[in-house]
Design a protein around this ligand. Sequence first.
Ligand SMILES: NC(=O)c1ccc[n+]([C@@H]2O[C@H](COP(=O)([O-])OP(=O)(O)OC[C@H]3O[C@@H](n4cnc5c(N)ncnc54)[C@H](OP(=O)(O)O)[C@@H]3O)[C@@H](O)[C@H]2O)c1
Length: 233
Amino acid sequence: MELTGKRALITGGSEGIGYGIAEALKRRGAVVAINGRNEDKLNAAAQKLDVTAIAGDVGSEADAVRIVETFTRSAGGIDILVNNAGFGLFKPLVEIELSEFESVYRTNVFGAFLMAREAAKHFIKQDEGDLINIASTSGLKGGRGATMYSSSKFALRSMSECWRDELRRHNVRVMHVNPSEVLTPFGSKAGFAQEPSPKKLRPQEIADAIVGALQLDRRGFIPEFSVFATNPF
Ligand SMILES: NC(=O)c1ccc[n+]([C@@H]2O[C@H](COP(=O)([O-])OP(=O)(O)OC[C@H]3O[C@@H](n4cnc5c(N)ncnc54)[C@H](OP(=O)(O)O)[C@@H]3O)[C@@H](O)[C@H]2O)c1
């Protein structure tokens, strides 16, 4: 598929992987908007990328509806939604507060659902669209301390399967992406230091993989892919 002129909305695009995806799509001529909650950070990123900024919390139903509405009004529709906004909280089972668990699901699961629901209304009407869910290799295998984050990405994987089955007949390609460790602010926000290394993945690798998947002729699609660093050791 030719990306020039495609209208793409990327949640959590003010930094990290979402920013990288926005940059890659913009470079291919797409009409791009990025979203995030912190307006200063979002506006600075949008200005640097020369794309539209739409502030809001994807986990708020009112915001999710407004974000999609604002984008479709300004761009004249939506062709691609990248459900990228997400974060991790890591704690042993016995220390997890219900409110913390709920906050992770509010963004990673319910936020992705709300954004997908709003975008899918347009996709179904126009009988075409691309929905990309950014999950994680943590959504393929659980691990110590990862109850909240890992289970949220397992849930997202299940939603990707449901939506793929539901929306395929409307020519919607639902693609599920599992990045392994990527050097972004994600780790420091989650309370662990990521060791910088030129061998580790950058947002660019995830963005390039997504661009490749989107560029495939629309008669085909890649339902799910994982991206690993070749030799991070
Ligand atoms: N980095 C990794 O190693 C890695 C590996 C696998 C998967 N992932 C996944 O990749 C995605 C992006 O992660 P990243 O590493 O790029 O993280 P990041 O650098 O921390 O960026 C996260 C982005 O999401 C936004 N965001 C967070 N919660 C939001 C909400 N409720 N509503 C709207 N925007 C929100 C943040 O801006 P605001 O805080 O201003 O809202 C920011 O723009 C996440 O889903 C993450 O789980 C990351």
